[in-house]
Design a protein around this ligand. Structure first.
Ligand SMILES: C[S@@+](CC[C@H](N)C(=O)[O-])C[C@H]1O[C@@H](n2cnc3c(N)ncnc32)[C@H](O)[C@@H]1O
Length: 790
């Protein structure tokens, strides 16, 4: 068909759709239910039809945490802007007692001693519920600041012959680029908490695209570009679903937009629609002719929400150093915009591409060679903030809950107890600047009585396990090796009736059924993360652990942070992150200059490794495969996943595969697990226990101390100390192969410790210029063959 004729027909069709939409105004303004406002405390419940596609799992209400009279013991240290260079580091620190400006007094829910902003109890004048009835009848007049922000999300205005792009922009904090205004932080935290509540309790649900965009903006303003990327990606997924009637979310998203759009002032709606129809010279979408697409939904999605989703996603990813995916989404956004905006380029997206390329050029690493144009090979792993998020109500006050922790410990280690202990805060210690290492209070494990040599003092089992072998003979629950087919124990092996998952015996099968298996059974989750290339093996194990934790929470009907295996693990969180917070700026310069990218995190120390793939895309995919709705189930929000990852790094034990000495390169860790009591023991390179992990994980008292090796003034070796453990002595485990020389040991353990080990042996050997490892061969598989690590 003649293109001119076709475009005329398209405009004609669009005008017809517009007329139909305009004709529906009267009806919609009086009969469509209003979408409740997030900032109101008593709102009518949304009349949105229940979701048909995904199982809406029962949400567990947050624990009813009573106000605790005792203040939480602080882990304090002055955080510095220091980004750990290594990919796997769990760098981290706990902060030292610095006079803290902290946040001003807030209405806290002091369950755990962490700041939790409350939703304002006072209702703003414009939220006066006495107007509810009349407002429902005139939805465009709905009150509420947050909801108004959602309604105002706009991007494009085709009000002149030249298409112009503009939007609300990121309203910067009052003092962007300076120490943040506490009121600003407070207000944004309240907004974020309020939006979480709103998604969680169904006042409006997670399918409201502009609400996701607003939440993404707010995360970005508070220095959480990682969380902003997650929300922007969700907005993008929802926009895609609007344009694809076959998409599983299509019905819900469109239904939400049908409720939202009538609340946008009529004049504005007509203006936008008119401009759109007039400006639509070439239809940008691949809509089938005659397809019954609501013109308004299409306009708002295509011209307002989609561009914001691309902008926020690509810029946030760039700030998180995920340069490959940042470029990918910036280019995708550009292509999309150019189609719908007649070749107009978007300065944000251009900036992101420039910023990513400049960042790549700045990388100076002998092993990193990437051509500037090779965006597919741009780096993809960054570091983000690691903290107990201010809205996280699940983190327990471990000092307060020591009796509960000790009850759990008594079950697996009757002769041990957990106590508070002082440790060097390694992640905030920068030995170039600091004279003294700041200390922090954490937990440790201590002997309740004298314990003899060789005694097994802890034996623990866990189903929070993972392995990244697709075809291997491991029990799915405990991850122990399955018995050989010709061995007597082979008859005990059991298989799930529904799928082919194998367990070492009936006990493991029953435990799996009771704790997690129902969520994973037959869902083909294995293919997502198993048999990955060696360089991805470690990351994939953490994500597999996340997957198991999600399955456990789903089957046990609790919040993932509430699981016994997770609750008391300290995620090496930074304390008092706000004391040095500098409000980010979002200018052209801050996007194109890689030196400015760190500032998007509020200038706060970052120690949690993060990638788009493992922290956003895969968690969402895992949820979908388990038939958990990632938009409707806030228990599995991406901040929850970040918190779980923080807890797993530094506590998960892992077994390496590959045969040392045989010339075969190790493939990387293949089996991993979190044992919540075992992992409370701290590290020393002169440990008093060995550990071994088969079906159970065990701690055994060492027969004798480790040989220290040194040269120099004192010279020679230091005598081994006596074995055995005295009452009151701390149980010291080891997170690395203790046969290695000091430098290699430190390098290995730094991921789990957050910095260089400062144990007595390391300090002594460092002083005595150790050059070679010891000759002693210790018993126990873990330190002998170097095949295990924590
Ligand atoms: C497996 S956990 C040990 C239990 C932990 N102390 C707790 O309170 O839960 C590992 C974390 O403990 C701390 N840690 C353990 N051993 C340490 C050591 N020798 N020096 C400094 N920090 C240590 C680090 O913060 C590390 O990330």
């Amino acid at each position: 068909m003649d293109p001119y004729q076709k475009s005329l027909e398209d405009v004609d069709a669009a005008l017809k759709r517009l007329n139909a939409t305009l004709a529906s105004y009267k009806m919609s303004s009086t009969t469509k239910p209003a979408v409740p406002d997030s900032s109101n405390t008593q709102r009518p419940v949304s009349t949105t039809a229940p979701k048909a596609k995904t199982s809406q799992k029962v949400k567990t209400a947050p624990k009813d945490n009573p106000v605790k009279p005792t203040p939480v013991p602080k882990r304090d240290a002055a955080p510095k802007t220091k980004v750990a260079p290594q990919a796997n580091g769990n760098g981290n620190h706990h902060a030292a007692p610095t006079p803290s400006p902290a946040l001003p007094p807030k209405p806290v829910q002091p369950s755990n001693g962490h700041v939790v902003p409350a939703i304002p109890s006072t209702v703003a004048p414009d939220n006066d519920r006495s107007h509810v009835e009349s407002i429902s009848e005139h939805p465009q007049a709905r009150p509420g600041r947050l909801w108004q922000e959602v309604l105002q999300v706009r991007f494009c205005d085709r009000s002149s012959n030249e298409t112009t792009l503009h939007g609300p922009g990121l309203a910067e904090m009052k003092k962007a680029g300076q120490e943040a205004d506490l009121e600003d932080i407070e207000r944004l935290l309240e907004d974020i908490t309020s939006m979480h509540e709103t998604f969680a309790h169904g006042l409006y649900d997670g399918y409201v695209i502009p609400a996701r965009i607003v939440l993404s903006q707010k995360y970005l303003q508070l220095g959480y570009p990682d969380l902003a990327a997650g929300e922007a990606y969700k907005a993008l997924m929802l926009c895609d679903s609007v344009r694809d009637p076959a998409d599983i979310y299509h019905g819900d998203v469109v239904a939400q937009l049908h409720q939202l759009i009538p609340q946008i002032p009529l004049v504005e709606r007509i203006r936008q629609l008119k401009l759109d129809v007039e400006g639509e010279k070439a239809p940008p979408t691949s809509r089938a002719p005659g397809e019954d697409m609501d013109v308004e939904v299409d306009v708002w999605c295509r011209y307002h929400y989609l561009p914001w989703a691309y902008r926020l996603l690509s810029a946030s990813l760039m700030f998180c150093a995920c340069l490959k995916s940042a470029c990918y989404y910036a280019r995708m956004g550009m292509e999309n915009l150019e189609k719908s905006m007649e070749g107009q380029r978007d300065s944000w997206l251009d900036d992101v591409i420039t910023g990513c390329h400049s960042a790549v050029q700045q990388i100076q690493h002998p092993e990193y060679v990437v051509l500037p144009g090779d965006e597919k090979n741009f780096p993809e792993l960054g570091m983000v903030r690691r903290e107990v998020y201010p809205w996280n109500e699940w983190e327990p006050d471990r000092m307060e809950e020591l009796p509960e922790i000790n009850a759990m410990m008594a079950e697996v280690a009757p002769k041990l107890e957990v106590r508070a202990t002082e440790l060097p805060a390694l992640a905030v210690y920068d030995d170039e600047d600091d004279d003294e290492i700041p200390m922090c209070t954490q937990l440790g494990v201590f002997a309740k009585e004298d314990i003899a040599l060789g005694e097994i003092i802890l034996s623990e089992t866990s189903v929070l396990t993972a392995n990244n072998k697709l075809q291997d003979s491991l029990c799915d629950a405990c991850n122990a090796d399955l018995p050989a087919l010709d061995s007597p124990a082979a008859s005990e092996v059991r298989e799930c009736d529904q799928c082919e998952t194998v367990f070492c015996n009936t006990a493991c099968l029953e435990k799996a059924e009771a704790t997690y298996h129902r969520a994973t059974c037959g869902n083909d989750l294995d293919v997502l993360l198993r048999d990955v290339p060696p360089e991805e093996a470690a990351e994939s194990l953490y994500t597999l652990l996340l997957m198991r934790a999600i399955a456990m929470a789903d089957v046990q009907d609790c919040h993932p942070l509430e699981l016994d295996e997770v609750r008391y693990i300290w995620g090496d969180f930074i304390d008092e992150p706000w004391q040095d917070f500098v409000a980010p700026t979002f200018t052209h310069e801050s996007r194109i200059d890689p030196d400015e990218h760190d500032k998007a995190h509020g200038d706060i120390v970052r120690t949690l490794p993060w990638s788009f793939e493992h922290n956003v895309r895969l968690p969402i995919q895992i949820l979908e495969r388990m038939e958990i709705d990632p938009f409707g189930e806030s228990n599995y929000d991406l901040w929850v996943c970040n918190t779980l990852f923080a807890k797993f790094r530094g506590t998960a034990s892992a077994r390496l595969s590959g045969q040392k000495g045989s010339g075969t390169r190790a493939r990387g860790p293949e089996v991993s697990a979190v044992h919540p009591m075992w992992c409370l023991a701290n590290h020393s390179c002169d440990p008093n226990v060995t550990w071994e992990w088969g079906t159970n994980i065990e701690l055994k008292v060492r027969a004798e101390g480790v040989q220290w090796h040194g040269k120099g003034e004192e010279g020679g070796v230091r005598l081994k100390r006596e074995g055995g453990i005295k009452k009151g002595e701390e149980i010291l485990n080891h997170y690395c192969d203790i046969e290695l020389p000091v430098r290699e040991r430190r390098e290995w353990a730094s991921g789990a410790l957050g910095g260089d080990c400062q144990c007595e042996r390391c300090l002594w050997e460092e002083r005595h210029e150790v050059e070679a490892g010891g000759e002693d061969s210790e018993e126990g598989s873990n330190e002998d063959d170097g095949s295990d690590e924590q």
